[in-house]
Design a protein around this ligand. Structure first.
Ligand code: ZN
Length: 206
């Protein structure tokens, strides 16, 4: 696996974890969408960090392990959701800051939502990556090859399998992203996208 292949495909996919978070928020309405969203992308903050400071190592490491994701990753997700999400989302998308702050108040269900979001990231990553430190430090990451990578690698090598698995997953998740945007295009889009359906529904004006 060349470093460039990993770099090309790692970060562009990060926002495409969003639809999974949105689906989870619909499956259980008690979960808090901002926590799910932040949790679902937070493990990838280690990727550019690894490129810059530890380029000799694989760019998925502690935050892509269960133990790291549910400790450091969860802590980062809770802090980002509580303190950064409301001001950034209100500034960039014009969503009401008070409602964001209310949704992102520190409480057990927010922590649980962040934890589920973090786990959702790993669930999506594992099938499409050629190495997975999910059981670090007990099982070497090279021992856990994504099932989609193996499927597409047949006769073509792991690198090709990785690119194809990423391409497939990107297309599928992009489809869901566009579907969500189309679904809510006339109904307070950004409230639905960043706060959740219940909040958007109660404020609906159409
Ligand atoms: Zn990842």
């Amino acid at each position: 696996m060349s470093k460039s292949v990993g770099m090309l495909s790692a970060l562009p996919l990060t926002p495409l974890h969003y639809p999974f978070a949105k689906v989870l928020s619909k499956l259980d309405k008690r979960l808090i969408l901002p926590g799910l969203v932040v949790g679902s992308v937070i493990p990838d903050i280690e990727v550019p960090f690894m490129w810059v400071f530890f380029s000799e190592y694989q760019d998925h490491f502690i935050l892509h392990s269960l133990i790291g994701a549910l400790t450091l990753g969860l802590l980062a997700a809770v802090l980002v959701t509580r303190f950064l999400y409301p001001p950034i989302i209100s500034f960039v998308f014009g969503v009401d800051k008070d409602r964001l702050n209310e949704a992102c108040r520190l409480k057990p269900i927010l922590v649980l939502s962040c934890a589920i979001g973090v786990l959702s990231h790993l669930v999506l990553d594992v099938p499409m990556h050629p190495y997975n430190p999910i059981l670090w430090p007990w099982v070497p990451s090279s021992n856990i090859v994504g099932i989609l990578v193996l499927f597409f690698a047949q006769g073509n090598g792991i690198a090709v399998g990785f690119v194809r698995a990423n391409a497939l997953m990107s297309v599928v998740m992009l489809f869901f992203c566009v579907s969500i945007l189309v679904r809510y295009r006339k109904k307070k889009l950004w409230e639905h996208v960043w706060l959740g359906d219940d909040v958007g529904e109660s404020q609906r004006v159409d």
